[in-house]
Write a protein that binds this ligand. Structure first.
Ligand SMILES: [Zn+2]
Ligand SMILES: [Zn+2]
Length: 814
């Protein structure tokens, strides 16, 4: 390893080193496993963006204008102006632009102007606004900023679980800008809306910050909560304007519209300036399996590879933060980087630290100070949001594995870059088909996003409980179908039959003595199983009931927030799993048998002799045993479990292929199960390409002959009762999704299948049978029949992408 002693990247320096030359230098560096150039699959230059300024609108109240100019805001960016004008005119609007583009000013202008003017009016509290954020920390951060502006007449206050009772009363009666979260609206504001009547009567704006996080089941809950809020507000004759802020996702307008239940105008042209960034995509090399038990070769881990890169960068004086997905990953990156550095230069060993969150404030300040002074040159950390420390302005960012969404990717990459200086970011692919795909398909990252935030406000499993809560707030009438849709009446009747509601000629009424909102948790669907520490009785967290059998069966090694626990007993009756802390040195994998039946086809498309459907299904699963496995892959033993069969009613996307079509393509009958199973695994892993889902939210079943279809069938389903919207998005973007799936398998350089392509960490069949080559053929046949669709990421965006000559990315259709 050569160690030039030039000045660090990004600092005023005599060195002519650019981020790109640095990146190529890393790729040239050699280690025991051969040339690294092969691993750098792509270099993308994210160009600097010119600022597009806009003047303040005339309607901004002079007090606010004065306060903003005094705080240094001289003019606006064009997107702030566009969103502010729309909201001021009463149009629902969603502002979806990059990290640090000043989205909050877009909603602050109309909201604060109206509130300040209203407060100055002789009538007193003439306008109020509600601000919803997914986290307490974000609401407090907003409050600090508002207080710094010291606007006379603006009375902001945070209202959350920690707010004392006497303060709550003051807030209800006097605050005109209430910063809170969805849980408080659900548990406190709506059930006690009479007490909030003056506030609700004056409600002019509802601001929803970071609205891209409301997806899947959580998104469905928020969508229904907002319908309840609109219904109660209408009771007080107020019809607030909704202003939403979102990270960049595909079609933010459609997401916001579904969330709010009314048309929302998208503002997506980012007018804020940005420094250029060089972005490298990196795929770790293959390492041989240990051979002893026939374990196949697999890719070197993203964590080990990231540690090498971190050490190289620090040794060259480049201040770098490396993000890993788990706390264990963070420890490994920091420890391995220190070991490498010790070999090169013992004085550098102490220049790398691990940060796992949860530190005391003084520790955090110390860390920030060490970063600023340059004493600390490398930091390994879990995702940026929970950091709680300011690490802006570093030279380079390393990402060990795809962080889950484009929004997270840009948020983390955005930690690099001193004012106006070019920065470097490198995404290191983890063992996952999506990661494999992305490092070979830069357009899916750098061009127009294809991943969409999804939710399904019609999910009866979520809608039912919200209807009960709504009836407790205000009795429901037939007209409320305008908020809750056509499924409302049948669901209300079912609630009446269960004695939860009572029907009267005037409508449906809450029939019980307790609080309806206590029966609905906004964070999950249906029941949960508590994870309880055996020694202390402390509840560490919960797992969804639907996942409990596979994740926390007796004997399971369960990783919770990066720490390992062993389950000593799963008590189904008590809905709890008792655990003891500690890593026994092996992992466990549940084995199960699954089958499904089709309840209802809701949408379908014919592809010649193939067909693709979306609809309601029942998935029947029984966890039968579990395997104990060493980190090398060696199996220590299989242990039987006695768990009941479970049935999940959910939504799914599936497609069928007649065996003759497969036969013609060279897949004989005995090869169908392996082909379908491998395609199913990769398709599950690739769904996040088009829907912001987590691999663990999705399940799949494939079969060579299904009784309902009479054909080989591959089914991908939402892992939540009633569905979450992921499978539906898969159906809508099926060509993009399955093209990506085929390309991910094809791009993987393993011979017969590995975790980067067709193996799945949660397979109930122990990854048997899997036929990688036949899966590619099966997907080729499927895509040829489906015809052309939209390729991911065509058009917008910017920048110059170049394949790295040593390893040109494979192209589609090759
Ligand atoms: Zn592979
Ligand atoms: Zn499987």
């Amino acid at each position: 390893m050569s160690l030039p002693s030039s000045a660090p990247l990004g600092r005023p320096a005599t060195s002519a080193r650019t981020p790109e030359s640095l990146l190529r230098g890393l790729a040239r560096g050699r280690d025991s496993r051969g040339a690294r150039a092969e691993r750098l699959t792509h270099i993308h230059r994210v160009p600097a963006r010119e600022a597009s300024p806009a003047p303040f609108p005339d309607w901004v109240t002079p007090t606010l204008y004065g306060a903003l100019t005094q705080s240094g805001v001289g003019e606006l960016w064009s997107h702030q102006r566009e969103a502010a004008d729309a909201a001021h005119a009463g149009e629902h609007v969603v502002l979806s632009t990059g990290t640090a583009s000043g989205k909050s000013l877009g909603y602050l202008l109309p909201v604060a102007s109206d509130l300040v003017d209203g407060a100055m009016a002789p009538t007193g509290r003439a306008a109020t606004a509600l601000y919803l954020s997914p986290t307490k920390a974000l609401a407090h951060d907003q409050l600090t900023r508002l207080e710094a502006l010291a606007l006379p007449g603006l009375r902001p206050a945070t209202y959350d679980g920690d707010t004392p009772t006497q303060e709550r009363r003051w807030i209800r009666d006097h605050a005109n800008y209430v910063l809170t979260n969805p849980d408080l609206v659900h548990h406190s504001l709506l059930p006690a809306h009479e007490r909030w009547a003056p506030f609700l009567r004056a409600l002019r704006y509802v601001v929803i910050d970071e609205c891209h996080v409301y997806r899947g089941v959580f998104g469905t809950h928020l969508a229904l909560l907002l319908r309840r809020l609109r219904r109660v507000a209408a009771r007080y004759r107020s019809y607030p304007t909704f202003v939403l802020a979102s990270a960049t996702v595909a079609d933010p307008g459609a997401h916001a519209t579904r969330l709010v239940g009314m048309p929302v105008r998208p503002v997506t042209q980012d007018g804020s300036p940005r420094a250029a960034m060089t972005f490298g995509l990196w795929e770790p090399g293959m390492i041989a399996g240990n051979g002893a038990d026939g374990s196949p070769p697999r890719r070197r881990s993203a964590v080990a590879e990231t540690a090498d890169l971190l050490a190289d960068l620090v040794a060259q004086g480049v201040q770098t933060v490396a993000f890993a997905r788990s706390r264990t990953g963070v420890e490994v990156v920091a420890a391995a980087a220190r070991t490498h550095l010790r070999e090169v230069d013992p004085t550098l060993e102490g220049a790398v630290a691990a940060y796992r969150g949860g530190y005391l404030p003084e520790d955090r300040r110390e860390l920030e100070q060490a970063l600023r002074s340059g004493e600390l040159m490398g930091l390994a950390a879990t995702n940026a949001l929970e950091l709680g420390i300011d690490v802006h302005g570093l030279d380079a960012v390393l990402l060990a594995g795809w962080p889950g969404t484009l929004a997270s990717l840009w948020q983390q990459a955005g930690r690099a870059g001193r004012a106006g200086e070019e920065s470097l970011a490198v995404l290191v692919a983890a063992d996952d088909p999506l990661d494999t795909y992305l490092v070979h398909h830069p357009e899916a990252i750098f061009d127009a996003p294809v991943e969409a935030a999804v939710l399904d406000p019609e999910n009866p499993h979520v809608l039912g409980p919200h209807l009960a809560a709504a009836a407790a707030e205000l009795h429901i009438t037939q007209e409320d179908e305008a908020y809750f849709g056509p499924q409302m009446v049948p669901l209300l009747d079912a609630l009446v039959a269960r004695g939860i509601l009572r029907w009267r000629p005037r409508g449906w009424f809450w029939a019980r003595a307790d609080r309806a909102s206590d029966h609905v948790s906004l964070r999950g669907s249906g029941e949960t199983v508590r994870i309880v520490e055996q020694r202390t009785g402390r509840v560490l967290g919960t797992v969804d009931d639907s996942r409990a059998h596979a994740a926390v069966h007796t004997g399971a090694v369960h990783v919770h927030r990066g720490d390992a626990y062993v389950v000593t007993e799963l008590d189904l009756e008590d809905a709890s799993a008792l655990v003891v802390a500690g890593d026994p040195g092996w992992s466990t994998q549940a084995r199960s048998v699954s089958a499904f039946n089709i309840v209802r086809v809701e949408r379908s498309q014919e592809w010649g002799r193939l067909s693709c459907c979306f609809g309601a299904v029942q998935v029947h699963t029984q966890v039968t045993s579990f395997l104990r496995r060493l980190p090398t892959g060696e199996v220590l033993g299989e242990h039987l479990l006695d768990l009941p069969l479970r049935t999940l009613s959910t939504k799914a996307v599936w497609w069928t292929i007649p065996p003759e079509v497969l036969e013609t393509a060279g897949i004989g009958e005995p090869d169908i199960p392996g082909a379908a199973h491998a395609a199913e695994h990769a398709a599950i892993g690739m769904l996040p390409l088009v829907a912001t889902s987590d691999r663990w939210d999705i399940g799949g079943v494939s079969t060579a002959l299904h009784p309902d279809t009479g054909l080989p069938t591959i089914l991908i389903y939402d892992g939540h009762p009633g569905g979450a919207g992921f499978a539906e998005r898969g159906y809508e973007a099926v060509r993009t999704w399955l093209t990506g799936t085929r390309d991910a398998i094809r791009a993987c350089r393993c011979a017969t299948g590995c975790p980067s392509c067709v193996q799945s960490p949660k397979c109930g069949n122990g990854n048997e049978p899997l036929d990688k080559a036949a899966a590619v053929v099966l997907l080729d046949v499927t895509l040829a029949a489906a015809g052309p669709g939209c390729a991911p990421g065509s058009g917008a965006g910017g920048g110059v992408s170049r394949p790295v000559t040593a390893a040109a990315p494979r192209r589609r259709g090759q």
